[in-house]
Design a protein around this ligand. Sequence first.
Ligand code: GLY
Ligand code: MN
Ligand code: MN
Length: 466
Amino acid sequence: MFKPDVYRQRRNRLVKNTGKGLVLLPGNEDASMNYRANTYHFRQDSTFLYFFGIDQQGLAGLIDLDENVHMLFGDDAGIDDIIWMGPRPSIRSLGEKAGTDKTMPYKELGKILKQAVDSKREVHYLPPYREERVLRLENWLGIHHSEVQQKASRALIKAVVSQRSVKSDEEIQQIEKAVDIACEMHTTAMKMAMPGVYEREIAGRVEGISLSHGNPVSFPVILSVQGQTLHNHYHGNVLKKGQIMVTDAGSETSMRYSSDITRSVPVGGKFLQHQKDVYEIVLAALQSSIDSIKPGAPYRDIHLRSAGIIARGLTDMGLMKGDPEEAVHQGAHALFFPHGLGHMLGLDAHDMEDLGEDNVGYDDEIKRSEQFGLAFLRLGRRLQKGFVLTSEPGIYFIPALIDKWRDEGKFKDFIDYGKVEPWKNFGGIRIEDDILVTADGCRVLGRPIPKTVAEIESTMQQPVSS
Ligand code: GLY
Ligand code: MN
Ligand code: MN
């Protein structure tokens, strides 16, 4: 945990920005896999972590906005808990670590909330992403479960997003730590990407590296020679020469800050010329974003600039035709680049996505587009110093999408479907970095992870360390 004062100050700021009433910030509970006692790895709620820092089940935070009183609810471990799970710090000592004013048994929370509802005080809460939380909110606040989502507090969402979007120095250090673990995960994956190896052997090793640093991966490892499937979690293919392996993986730190990195490498260690051609376009699109990221720049425009580089590159290769700028304007490039350039990163890999993508990535000035491709951009608004985000351009050959658009005669003026046909077994290439917006530009976070063709080929010649 950070020092108690960090959490206190974060909550004080929240008190200033949220209005009147109470702010309810419950932590997460264990979630069962296949029977009650067999639980998934515990993951604390990120907003609870941000404001209270305690990575433990069975807790809830409550802030009285009118009195500026900060409360932590939870129960000390009983003897059964101690026998099965070991001793735990007392609630009182946890409250001290989080800089709260009061700690109380969990059952008191329901009573206090009932009193607040009865006396018509506003209870601000965030949109729940677990059904169990929906039921708790229904019980605590007397709101029918079908209305719990829509009654989440706009004021609280706004205040939390504004605070969590700008990372402090200690948060940036945490994210860099997570990127450094990802560096080890990715360089190991590169060295293992040899013909005859199963994806699962590499994926297991990649996840194991994260675990060996004491923490889980920040999202399920994406690793595949079928990289055209953007979030491919199937790891059963055996690697063959001539394929590209896409690895999209990151780690969490012990304080639950994330990294989210992608590298694409040629099986066997040497790019073929046509793979290199595509790779260099994606790398140029990434570099253009790094050159453009700075405070005040709308990320939507940076996305469009990268899309322009992709469209121009594919036009030079003969796969697209016509004016690349017009192709991007109309959305034709999205056949090959059907996702957004990036998203916020922090305590979540897709930071604060539970608070609503548009609340995090858009604002009154910049609204989400409805155009295929651009519509999937999670972050469009102007950047600010202290934002941490990903840039992750890619080029993919998705056979089903190519066939669909060709059969519909879509964008015939911009896409040479005849030339695209032989590329349908290419797979995909994505390259993703984690980037901090600085006062006058940006900084790619963490130790450099091999990224150019030469760096990747040289890394892939090295033996895998045991
Ligand atoms: N790892 C998922 C993403 O890059 O957004
Ligand atoms: Mn990723
Ligand atoms: Mn990402």
